[in-house]
Design a protein around this ligand. Structure first.
Ligand code: UVW
Length: 329
């Protein structure tokens, strides 16, 4: 059974933990399409029902510009350089150099992380995760885009309503208790196949900083986000979320919470949850999403769901991509 009590053909997280050997805590082999991951939770019925989320005809682009985060939190990714050229006086064409596909609003693909202990999603051999091979690449979600119902949990709005804004400068860790409490305040219930959007307010806070201050935040390596916990991973799976997205750097907080249960299994990630969600469960992560305008609109009309489409770039073997996400309410 799922968290909502609907019949499900998938084991719950406690049952995943009972799987043997490398399969422990993974969804490997459970979905019919091997490279799709948890977007497979979205049934045709769920897509059809998602049309009922369109009530006002208002359309939101959820992507920031490709060069919005320069500097951003990433130590490597930079804004692309845009060149326009012309072959004759009536022609214009262009290209990008140095385009980090995860440099701005993005969806992390299933090749973005290898689990330190058991490897890539579905046991995909390491030597398949190279340029030119399709295994676990983002092209899967471009050829068969992700569409359905999105729900927005307004953590920023909830905390502001208490007079206790989220402390982005400190890189606040946002626990599952807070997420659940905010959800209850919104009278929001999840459905299998939902795309979860966590509105923290981090992107708008960061983008409003002066350049020097952004640089200082980047050097301190602190960014608010979901606190690493087994409970969050279990909740995300048991809720049958297709995607977990947020308007922050990495969905989860940086640095990881002290005592993160993933320190041992994910040493290369210093205990982050990325490996659990991407490599073990096949659950895509959306990062740096532009959720502020949508959250304010939803706050205004008290409805917290939307029809959403996510269509990454069709790049064979891409590890991630601009999300190209559109929400319609
Ligand atoms: C981190 O590793 C911090 O996040 P990502 O690579 O998904 O942006």
């Amino acid at each position: 059974m799922t968290a909502t009590g609907e019949a499900s053909t998938y084991p719950n997280f406690a049952e995943l933990l009972q799987r043997k050997g490398d399969l422990t805590g993974t969804s490997w082999g459970l979905f019919p399409e091997s490279g799709r991951g948890t977007p497979s939770f979205i049934s045709k019925k769920a897509v059809l029902e998602a049309k009922d989320c369109i009530r006002t005809g208002t359309v939101f682009g959820l992507d920031y510009p490709a060069d919005a985060f320069d500097p951003g939190m990433s130590l490597k990714r930079r804004a692309p350089r845009h060149t326009i050229y012309s072959s004759h006086p009536a022609h214009r064409d262009d290209y990008l150099d140095g385009y980090y596909l995860q440099g701005s609003t993005q969806i992390d693909g299933l090749r973005h992380r290898r689990a330190d202990d058991v490897g890539f999603y579905n046991g995909t051999p390491d030597d398949r995760i190279i340029e030119g091979t399709p295994d676990l690449g983002v092209q899967e979600w471009a050829e068969n885009p992700i569409a359905g119902r999105a729900i927005l949990i307004d953590l920023d709005g909830y905390r502001n309503s208490l007079g206790e804004p989220i402390d982005h400068a400190a890189g606040e860790a946002l626990g599952l208790d807070l997420i659940r409490t905010a959800m209850a305040a919104q009278s929001l219930r999840t459905r299998p196949g939902d795309i979860l959007m966590l509105h923290t307010g981090w992107c708008e806070w960061f983008l409003a900083l002066a350049a020097g201050e952004k640089q200082r935040i980047r050097e301190r390596r602190k960014a608010s986000g979901v606190a690493q916990s087994r409970e969050f991973v279990a909740w995300a799976w048991d809720s049958q979320f297709a995607v977990v997205a947020a308007d922050n750097f990495a969905v989860e907080c940086l640095p990881v919470v002290s005592g993160s249960p993933f320190q041992l299994p994910a040493p290369n990630d210093h205990g982050m949850m990325h490996q659990q969600l991407l490599a073990k469960l096949g659950m895509p992560l959306g990062e740096l999403w532009k959720l502020g305008p949508l959250a304010r609109h939803m706050r205004g009309n008290g409805r917290w769901d939307a029809f959403i489409s996510i269509k990454p770039l069709n790049i064979t073997g891409g590890t991630g991509s601009p999300a190209n996400a559109t929400a319609i309410t």
